[in-house]
Design a protein. Structure first.
Length: 192
């Protein structure tokens, strides 16, 4: 089954809205009274209730620098490997390491989305020139229409486990990736 959801930021927390079901809430830290494995620092918790008392998954930073996605029973669902902050300027690589040894890699900017960006670039430049001559204020934020797709390395045409569009929309195949890991990856990529 395929799950589609969108990510919304509210400053202090995120809200993930799966299509056709109740929203999922993301809060800093871990629920009160929740003990962490040794050597881990809390990052955020993904929960179905707005207060965050009963988490679906908890994300912690390990000593290795990777993020571990844990179940409420403290079993590891996956490890998330984010690119260094200073190297995020050109097609950063995001990795999801599953317990069975499967590695999913996601590079920002798939070939079709890069081609779309190149086609739209001249029109955007004309728009900016028109703004200069019309004395209109510039747009708040413009992002390239890049898409990220997580799949096994070396499989150029293989099935994708998780995709993200430029507008914060995610699509995850339930038979390839646990929804809780997809929720954690969707937030970890943008968590400050």
């Amino acid at each position: 089954m395929t799950l589609a959801f969108t990510r919304h930021s509210y400053g202090t927390h995120y809200e993930l809205r799966p299509r056709g079901s109740a929203p999922v809430h993301v809060h800093r830290g871990v629920p009160e009274g929740w003990s962490l494995p040794e050597g881990c620092t809390p990052r955020f918790a993904v929960s179905a209730d707005p207060e965050g008392a009963s988490p679906l998954a908890v994300v912690v930073r390990k000593n290795s620098g990777r993020l571990a996605v844990l179940t409420p029973d403290r079993e590891q669902l996956a490890e998330l490997c984010l690119p260094p902050r200073q190297k995020k300027w050109w097609r950063p690589l995001y990795e999801i390491h599953l317990p069975d040894g499967t590695v999913l890699q996601g590079r920002e900017g798939t070939v079709p989305s890069l081609l779309l960006w190149l086609v739209q670039l001249p029109f955007y430049l004309l728009y900016l020139v028109a703004l200069v001559f019309s004395d209109s204020p510039p747009p708040d934020a413009v992002t390239a229409p890049l898409r990220t797709a997580w799949k096994r390395p070396g499989q150029f045409f293989g099935r994708v486990a998780l995709t993200e569009s430029a507008r914060g929309r995610f699509r995850v195949r339930g038979d390839r990736l646990d929804h809780r890991v997809a929720y954690a990856q969707a937030v970890a990529k943008y968590w400050k």
